[in-house]
Unconditional design. Sequence first.
Length: 276
Amino acid sequence: MKLYISDLDGTLLNNQMCLSDETISILNKLIGEGLNFSFATARSIDSVEKIIKPLNLNLPYIIYNGVAVYDPVNKNYLRKNVLSKKLTHEILSDVEDLSPFVFIADELEGNHIYFRELLNKGQFNFVNSPINKGDKRFKTLDNYLSLDFDEYISIACIDKKESLMDLYNKYKNHEELEIHLTEDVYEKEFYWLEFAKKGSTKKDALIFLKDYLKINNLVTFGDNLNDVSMFSIADESYAVGNAHSDLKKLATEVIGTNIENAVANKIKNDFESRIV
């Protein structure tokens, strides 16, 4: 079984954070003909569902940068690799001055994103993006240590790279944590520093998904450094033309850009060549 997995932002999505009509048309036609397609994204389940609604997807997908694998058919998590309350509070004590975003996926309380205040343009644009504006998941608080959940998805700090490097260097080798430092796809002067439980990469989630779906041929598409891990286990990996230069070096091939519907057209050409 061959599976095609694409990143979303900067890869499958255009610069307006949505799927183009051409991409929707191509993928839905191919899925109807038997294409096995899904995606791996840093986005949350709520954010993703708004974006991918036009697609006729029936396979599980990877969210939160690999923290979780979600089954849209049965509407349940197949895998959820979460932070403990103790470790989350330790991190928050260290990063609270940056007003981080804390992602919660609780069975009783639902999905929420907690933050204290908006300190910079990167944070403001995240909360007020076309996809997130008015989203009721966002909740403000005064004291991060007042959060009282058993499970935490991740913590994300958004700031200039130079403001995040000391924290990145402090935690990058932490034995219990997975640390992601990536450039914001839409606000290039800002970076995301994300803290998740060890084993929360797109690679880890894909290893689970490959076994779950009995995949023997994996094709991946990406644009940023959080896609490096899934490129490392793919049989074929494709970087879009607008991808980070370091990712391009790891790709089987560099294709067109995200605004040229390059992913959908590459899949179309590959899928149809197998049928002929």
